[in-house]
Write a protein that binds this ligand. Structure first.
Ligand SMILES: O=C(O)CCC(=O)C(=O)O
Ligand SMILES: [Fe+2]
Length: 335
């Protein structure tokens, strides 16, 4: 993994807060390997069926203590960057199949990387997915799709604008996990993140006051398909003015009027200035606190030859009870 700050000032090339990087050591790896073996033993097992995720949740309590401590700390205080980078997860790089090329690609089989992703995700919260996106699968493949190069969504390969995941949705995930299985051929695709905690001091109070008013409409992203009710105007910053939550999608949020538009442009500039870029390596899992940190992606050139960039994504909610009204039969899929 390499990281750099978004302002391209080499003097500031310090990457994320060091406390926000967790590297699995050899004994952690062995322990995690045993849990993965247990979850992947049955070749017919399906992640989204038959209580597989329940087993993953139970087994996740046997993850290395150091890792569970880091996750618990991050849940209490996600730090100035709102991202925890966990390095060294098993992804079976030697036997990894070709990068999927189908639109809407998901992983239903209990593969090594999917099992590792679910085990760690289960310590952050309840794994969930939206029925309207990626068919509600808990493990979603993030891969470039031919013909969708300029798409503002996970199937594109052009610069992907900064966004909170599912900012339009009442039950947007509290955490998003992105596990790298394979980076792009040129090793230039970067996950970008930017936290409101870092950007806040750069914004004048006059601008912040506008961002706290309900003057912004966030629409569902293209990946959600059509048929959702129209969104109503909301603030972009909510909660304690000194440490607010942020909800904005620079591809899907529409400011209402010139003043709101100018404030949103200022917010965008401030976030760009503090953004981090992570060129992830296989086995790197970035977990974002979706209340504080936006994410996006730099552009890259896919070849569609089976060796393209491949991430697996998970969503986590902190409270299963809060999402219960929209989860059918108390399952993992949000309607
Ligand atoms: O490709 C990436 O690094 C991030 C894509 C993205 O925004 C997502 O999968 O939610
Ligand atoms: Fe995203």
């Amino acid at each position: 993994m390499t990281t750099r700050l978004g302002n391209n000032d080499p003097a500031l090339d310090e990457g994320p807060d060091p406390a926000a990087v967790f590297v699995l050591d050899e004994s952690d790896g062995l322990l995690l390997g045993d849990l993965v073996t247990e979850l992947t033993a049955d070749p017919d097992a399906r992640i989204d069926a038959d209580g597989w995720a329940d087993t993953a949740r139970t087994l996740s309590n046997q993850l290395p203590v150091r890792l569970r401590q880091a996750v618990r700390r991050f849940r209490r205080d996600p730090g100035v960057d709102g991202v925890l980078l966990i390095r060294g997860l098993p992804v079976a790089a030697e036997t990894l199949p070709e990068t999927p090329r189908d639109s809407g690609s998901v992983e239903r089989r209990a593969t090594t990387s999917a099992a590792a992703l679910m085990l760690v995700s289960a310590q952050f919260g309840e794994m969930g997915a939206f029925r309207q996106e990626k068919s509600g699968a808990l493990v979603q493949n993030i891969v470039p799709i031919a013909g969708n190069e300029s798409f503002q969504g996970n199937e594109g390969s052009a610069n992907l604008k900064m966004h909170i995941e599912d900012g339009f949705h009442q039950h947007r995930p509290d955490y998003v996990g992105l596990l790298c299985l394979r980076n792009d051929h040129d090793n230039v695709a970067g996950l970008r993140t930017a936290s409101i905690r870092r950007a806040l001091p750069l914004l004048p109070e006059k601008t912040l006051a506008i961002l706290r008013e309900p003057r912004f409409v966030t629409h569902a992203p293209a990946s959600f398909g059509a048929g959702l009710p129209p969104a109503s105007p909301r603030p972009l910053l909510e909660g304690d003015p000194a440490d607010p939550d942020i909800q904005v999608d620079f591809a899907c949020t529409e400011p209402q009027g010139a003043e709101a538009e100018a404030a949103m442009a200022e917010l965008s500039r401030a976030l760009d200035e503090v953004a981090l870029t992570f060129v992830l390596e296989p086995g790197d899992l970035a977990v974002l606190d979706n209340r504080l940190a936006l994410h996006g992606r730099t552009s890259f050139r896919p070849r569609y030859d089976g060796a393209d960039r491949w991430l697996q994504r998970s969503f986590m909610h902190l409270d299963a009870r809060r999402t219960r009204p929209v989860r059918e039969a108390d399952g993992n899929v949000l309607a």
